[in-house]
Design a protein around this ligand. Structure first.
Ligand code: PHE
Length: 346
């Protein structure tokens, strides 16, 4: 445990055991220096509490990087609700209510929103006890709704930067794009890609999604890494770019919304050596957090929010240029840019 805590440069890890469900709730506060720590709540099963703590740490670090790259005055936080078993709907409801009360006790140290395993409807529940520290409630409950559309839009804007850099054109028409994970982000992303005439391939661990999109080729999870494409877009869980998968990849670029895509930092070099342009995840996937937080906390209109999200394209262009000029990988270039921005506002 000591190693897990000392290996991380964040501010605090808050942990609490929920006796009624056996769930462990972990809130990672990476930084609250540049604004209140903000980030979604991930609710899923974990093998060990240590795994869940490390996930909360990494995910909250990612939120600091995202907000810094977007020059947005929020800090990095993230909550993980680690389940050890399936819950009945009423058990889950009770857990979310208790979680909301805890967030309220924290008195603004951490603001939450949705993430893998939680929805705007869940935010409504959490907000009954956790208001005003809960973003992304349903419009019926006064929130801005889900964050997936804006995250999908930002990822699409990121692909334009990759198009310009690799293919000399921002348009994605005719480009073969494989989206892994057809969930709250993947679905709207498909809409943007379709509007530009991209050649779309989809993959998901739930093979039933193929029925929702009969017009797109479905790639089974077993073949997702080795399938040739121009852009591979991970929009499911993290850790999928690693020593096992990278040698299989037959894409020219990786541009996706999943958090923490790299297995280890060294995998960014591995990708570069394979001549694959990697768009750092935290530069691509700010859309939802930025748009929702902007609309709910800063009074942005949806139009202003989406204009802000579209800056992902410029940020990635800057990262690619820095990486080329300094002969470093794109992940390191993005981290350097984050560091520079954080030092400037310190
Ligand atoms: N899931 C979002 C992310 O990973 C977090 C978020 C969504 C935060 C909506 C606030 C509002 O970036």
């Amino acid at each position: 445990m000591k190693e897990i805590l000392t290996a991380w440069d964040g501010e605090a890890v808050l942990i609490r055991h929920d006796a009624q469900t056996g769930a462990v709730i972990i809130i990672g506060i990476h930084s609250s220096k540049f604004g209140p720590a903000t980030g979604g709540t991930r609710l899923m099963k974990y093998n060990t509490v240590e795994d869940a703590i490390q996930d909360a740490q990494k995910l909250s670090s990612g939120m600091t990087y995202k907000f810094a790259l977007a020059d947005f005055p929020r800090g990095g936080g993230k909550a993980v609700i680690a389940l050890s078993r399936d819950l009945l709907p009423e058990e889950r409801h009770g857990l979310l209510m208790r979680y909301g009360s805890w967030i309220r006790q924290l008195n603004g140290y951490y603001y939450t929103g949705p993430d893998v395993g939680t929805t705007p409807e869940d935010m409504d529940v959490i907000a009954t006890t956790g208001d005003p520290y809960v973003f992304s409630r349903t419009p019926a409950n006064g929130g801005a709704g889900g964050s997936g559309e804006a995250t999908g839009y930002g990822t699409y804007c990121g692909m334009k930067a990759v198009g310009a850099h690799l293919f000399g054109t921002r348009t994605l028409g005719g480009k073969k794009i494989l989206v892994q994970g057809i969930g709250s982000v993947g679905r709207p992303l498909l809409g943007y890609l379709k509007s530009e005439g991209a050649e779309i391939l989809i993959s998901d661990v739930d093979e039933r999604v193929a029925n929702d999109y009969p017009e797109y080729a479905f790639v089974t999870p077993a073949r997702v890494y080795q399938t040739p494409c121009d852009i591979f877009s991970p929009c499911a869980l993290g850790g999928i770019l690693n020593a096992d998968t990278i040698p299989q990849l037959r894409c020219k670029a990786v541009v996706g919304a999943a958090n923490n895509q790299l297995g280890t930092e060294a995998d960014a070099d591995f990708l570069a050596r394979q001549n694959i342009l990697y768009a750092p995840d935290f530069a691509c996937n700010i859309g939802g957090a930025l748009a929702i937080t902007g609309m709910e906390a800063m009074g942005w209109s949806k139009q202003v929010a989406f204009e802000q999200v579209s800056r992902v394209e410029q940020t990635l262009t800057t990262i690619f240029t820095l990486a080329d000029e300094q002969r470093i990988n794109t992940h390191v270039a993005a981290r350097n840019l984050v560091r520079e921005k954080l030092n400037r506002i310190q």
